[in-house]
Design a protein around this ligand. Structure first.
Ligand code: NOJ
Length: 740
């Protein structure tokens, strides 16, 4: 009887499999059919994701993974790459009874083979199209190499630079962060899942991971639902609206509940309010980590809590694999809950077209002809130059004229791997990466470029100082390249001291003492504190980790082939004691004036200025932009109306350049206190020397709205400040708006 049943069900399935159009939206009948013939073990298998990067033998911590794949007990694997390797593993899945294809996931965070700048760096371009294109190229390359799914974009708002993962996101602002989340999801998913060059995106880490207490990775988060919804969930919501296929739980507990067990996040908000149809994967081991969290007594309890809460797939903890079948058999977890999770995963496998052809992404010929195409490298170079922030430029030190003798000094000058940044895909050979030395040498000629390493990024070895000083003495100008190495930011890289590490500041002092012009290249994956360097250097370029084309992009900026236009998306503090510091804070009942330490019982620190070292939105150019002639369509706005703010921006300097023009508002009084400034719009414009352009911002009701105390998105009548400027602290034009 059973076998006849299987026969009919399989025939039905095969008929439906036949010419399935992977672009069509509705696979529910096929999924019903498949679910009806799956054993409980096979269903639970679909919810299980295994790492395949290391030990795959029978004695690996996760058991005999290859055997499990052959038996149809695995839904997805992560961390293998390449068309041939993924094909080999998919062949094992095709030996299983129901031949349900595997999903291959990988952290394709800022490029696959062609590496783009780290995400925080990219965000400083404020160039949504370029960021979408960067994700697009990453997807084209990775999909050609057998990957179906990237664990990106990371859309966590981060206001604490001690947190190493600030590097992976888009900074501190949720308005900009939401637009970037949308751009990246669109880039990864391209024309739609099912296209051969699209990856499933994964918005992570759901949620509020960036608010970990003290910036300590994996730590707790306790915040009001209003703050959560208004700031931290905003980019996740934008990702859902952009059609993001998957979400990943965060490691932190939020208001006492580990995120992987949060029904509120997964069922109420994501799958309920936002109508999300894709699936949720846990973070690596996060379901099992509910035990040390003190939330689940054992793996069985952890599995129960996570599946009930709506975590569909277990990444690597093995709690589902070991416990879920028993939980269903014992009647603790309804099989319908498991079915729903399996349905979500199968839906994505159908959508990707894997039931039509499980090997459709495993094409070695395509992979070979796709990786590192010249046009991809060109896009990476352009993205990198757009991501370099000019922090200081005294006496027009930059751009440099060629023909001068330059000494490149510093530990990162010849490094290739560091240029790729904290979360690039791992390759055995990085010789295709353009180091800083190589890029500068190409531009200035061999005879004009000297080099000495001087020190390492870490430790206290000063033995290279003399050579560095002697080399610098021979040059007309020094380019000092210092900062973090790639492993100092990213996961588990929280730092209590965000200064320049090791003995690099000492090295810098010796170089400054020579009295020659010094241009500093600051390598970083997070905001750093570098006051002494900033004071003594003639020019400072924040280069972050720029990716495969690092040296070329840096040379483009240094020699003025590209005029820097990037602006910070995180506030840079004066000292670590000022952290957290972010531009869109509340005012308090006792605000401090900006011009010095706090006094007369005002908020702030008595031993420090209230302002940051560099504010949100800050970044210089080789040219100058003037703002003038503000025209307002009305100073009052009624229900359903819009108000226009038109003004002129003029390039009054001598170089062509791009300006990121920013619009902020302040709601003066409301039923809940509102930030002193909120970014509500921006535009990036290019102007030739002497050229003027009219810019128009439009304010509608949505731009004035916020979550009230009842968690409704509302606007309230009253007065607003409208501020237009070149950074959050450089407001050039102001107006008042009354909402009637
Ligand atoms: C843990 C990280 O938190 C997450 O961002 C990543 O995607 C997974 N590991 C998989 O590597």
């Amino acid at each position: 009887m059973r076998s006849i049943y299987y026969f009919f069900a399989l025939t039905f399935l095969v008929l439906f499999h036949g010419p399935v159009n992977s672009q069509s939206k509705n696979y529910e009948k096929q999924i019903d059919s498949l679910l009806s013939i799956m054993t409980l073990e096979e269903k639970v298998g679909q919810l299980n994701q295994l790492p395949l990067s290391w030990d795959t033998g029978p004695s690996s911590p996760e058991g005999d993974k290859l055997k499990d794949i052959r038996e149809g007990l695995v839904g997805s694997v992560l961390n293998i790459k390449g068309a041939s390797k993924t094909r080999g593993i998919q062949e094992l899945a095709m030996q299983s009874r129901l031949k349900i294809p595997l999903l291959f996931g990988l952290d394709v965070i800022h490029g696959y083979k062609t590496t783009f700048p780290v995400p925080l760096a990219e965000s400083t371009s404020w160039d949504l199209e370029a960021m979408e294109n960067s994700a697009r190229i990453a997807a084209i390359e990775a999909a050609s190499a057998g990957i179906h799914w990237t664990f990106a974009p990371m859309v966590d708002i981060a206001r604490d630079p001690r947190w190493g993962r600030i590097m992976e996101g888009a900074g501190e602002d949720h308005y900009l962060g939401s637009l970037i989340a949308t751009a990246r999801v669109k880039g990864f998913q391209g024309k739609g899942l099912g296209s051969l060059d699209a990856l499933m995106a994964c918005a992570k880490h759901f949620a509020a991971y960036g608010a970990a207490v003290g910036g300590r990775d994996y730590n707790s988060v306790d915040m009001s639902e209003r703050m959560l919804r208004e700031v931290y969930l905003a980019p996740f919501k934008a990702a859902a609206e952009a059609g993001c296929a998957t979400y990943m739980n965060s490691f932190n507990d939020i208001n006492g509940i580990p995120a992987s067990a949060s029904k509120f996040l997964q069922r109420t908000v994501l799958k309920g309010e936002w109508g999300f149809q894709g699936f949720v994967v846990s973070d690596w081991g996060s379901i099992g980590e509910m035990i040390p969290h003190g939330y689940a007594a054992n793996a069985r309890e952890a599995a129960r809590l996570a599946i009930i809460a709506g975590s569909d797939m277990d990444m690597a903890s093995m709690c589902y694999r070991k416990e879920l079948t028993g939980l269903v058999k014992d009647g603790v977890v309804p099989v319908s809950v498991v079915d729903e999770a399996v349905r979500r995963i199968l839906r994505m496998k159908f959508t990707l077209g894997l039931f039509d052809d499980p090997y459709r992404f495993c094409n070695e010929g395509l992979e070979a002809s796709t990786l590192s195409k010249p046009e991809f490298r060109a896009a990476a170079r352009d993205m990198a130059r757009k991501s370099i922030v000019l922090i200081k430029n005294e006496a027009e030190t930059l751009p440099l004229k060629t023909g001068k003798k330059i000494a490149l000094i510093g530990p990162l000058g010849k490094s290739e791997t560091d240029m790729l940044g904290g979360w690039s895909v791992w390759w055995d050979d990085n010789s295709d990466v353009v180091s800083q030395f190589e890029g500068l040498e190409r531009r200035t000629g061999k005879e004009n470029l000297l080099y000495a390493k001087g020190s390492s990024t870490r430790g206290d070895d000063r033995s290279g100082f003399d050579e560095a000083v002697n080399t610098a003495k021979e040059a007309d100008l020094i380019i000092l390249t210092i900062g973090e190495d790639r492993d100092m930011s990213g996961e588990a890289q929280s730092r209590s001291d965000i200064g320049i590490p090791g003995v690099q500041e000492e090295l810098a002092e010796k170089i400054f003492a020579l009295g020659k012009p010094v241009v500093v290249l600051l390598n970083a994956g997070r905001p750093l504190v570098f006051n002494r360097i900033a004071e003594k250097a003639d020019a400072v370029l924040l280069t972050w980790f720029p990716g495969s084309e690092a040296g070329n992009a840096i040379a483009d900026v240094v020699f003025g082939d590209y005029n820097p236009s990037a602006k910070l998306t995180t506030t840079f503090p004066r000292t670590v004691g000022q952290v957290p510091i972010y531009y869109n804070h509340f005012n308090t009942g006792r605000p401090s004036p900006d011009d010095g330490p706090s006094r007369n019982f005002r908020t702030g620190y008595t031993d420090l200025e209230q302002t940051p070292a560099y504010p949100f939105g800050y970044g210089l150019s080789y040219t100058k932009f003037d703002y003038s002639d503000l025209k307002i369509s009305s100073d009052k706005m009624k229900e359903g109306e819009k108000v226009e703010y038109s003004f002129t921006v003029e390039n009054s300097g001598k170089y062509a350049g791009e300006e990121i023009v920013q619009l902020y508002i302040r709601d003066r009084f409301a039923s809940v206190v509102r930030p002193v400034k909120e970014l509500r719009d921006f535009v990036k414009i290019k102007l030739e020397p002497g050229e003027k352009k009219t810019v128009t911002f439009v304010i509608d009701k949505e731009k004035l709205s916020f979550y009230n105390d009842e968690l409704d998105r509302v606007t309230e009548p009253g007065f607003f400040d409208v501020m237009i400027g070149a950074s959050s602290a450089d407001i050039r034009l102001k107006a008042e708006l009354e909402l009637k």
